[in-house]
Design a binder for this molecule. Structure first.
Ligand SMILES: Nc1ncnc2c1ncn2[C@@H]1O[C@H](COP(=O)(O)OP(=O)(O)O)[C@@H](O)[C@H]1O
Ligand SMILES: [Mg+2]
Length: 238
């Protein structure tokens, strides 16, 4: 298993927001984490990334427990994180924003075949190529999301954590972002996806986890979930 979260507990002050989260992600997979607002999905990603320090439990990445490491170290271990708020630098160009992603990530031997370059990014994100010299603040919501994903890829992550990538986007851009995630996965990047759009998650994910308050309530495939409408009703707004 590439990434294994084991019995993770996290707090904000006295508030026990993750109460024993266990999930895993293997090579090649897209795994979705779904649930209503405030259940702890974003906190789960932040805890994996070290942005929220887990109180107990393990985050085992490629056989090593990295729980408690600082975020920059976790990034260098090979975990890429695309936060919900995207954090594109408004006064830097698309190319400059992409360059920022190199430093944040893992240093790789440039002879490695799967290293990400701007040329390779533009193959999968053609919209960014046409916008290369535009500033972050000139981009649309969909373009910003594309850039946020692409910038994280520039750090050559071995797994991508993506928080609500289609949130607030026009339907056409929802589809484009969905398709780009599928494409990135097909060229070898496993993805742990937090998604509010149920259709997008069901169409992308090989497996899903549904969160109730601070815990995982269901784990299985899209087909298994479709066979259990009562589980959907319990954990999702559908
Ligand atoms: N920085 C924070 N400080 C205190 N409480 C927070 C903070 N961020 C989130 N929370 C609370 O933690 C719980 C889980 O939040 P979050 O992980 O953002 O949920 P989700 O992503 O599933 O909507 C919620 O009750 C939320 O209000
Ligand atoms: Mg969230």
């Amino acid at each position: 298993m590439l990434l294994e979260v084991k019995d993770l507990h996290a707090y904000y002050g006295a508030s026990h927001v993750l109460q024993g989260i266990s999930l895993d992600l293997d090579q090649g997979e897209i795994v979705a984490l779904l649930g209503r607002n405030g259940m702890g999905k974003s906190t789960t990603l932040k805890s994996i990334m070290g942005l929220v320090k887990p109180r107990s439990g393990e985050v085992v990445f490629r056989g090593k427990n990295i729980a408690g490491y600082p975020p920059f170290k976790i990034a260098r271990e090979g975990i890429g994180y695309v936060p919900e708020e995207r954090r594109i630098f408004p006064n830097l160009t698309v190319l400059e924003n992409l360059a920022m992603g190199i430093k944040a990530g893992k240093a790789k031997d440039s002879e490695e075949a799967d290293v990400w370059t701007t040329e390779r990014i533009f193959v999968h994100f053609p919209v960014l190529k046409t916008r290369g010299d535009n500033k972050g603040r000139q981009l649309s919501g969909g373009e910003l999301q594309m850039l946020a994903i692409a910038r994280t890829l520039m750090g050559n992550p071995q797994v991508l954590l993506v928080d609500e990538p289609t949130e607030g986007l026009a339907p056409i851009m929802v589809k484009e972002v969905r398709d780009v995630l599928e494409e990135i996965n097909s060229v070898g990047v496993p993805i742990l996806l937090v998604e509010h759009n149920f259709k997008v998650a069901m169409s992308l994910a090989h497996r899903l986890y549904l969160m109730g308050k601070a815990h995982i309530g269901f784990s299985g495939t899209a087909q298994e979930l479709n066979e259990h409408p009562e589980i959907k009703a319990k954990y999702l707004e559908v």
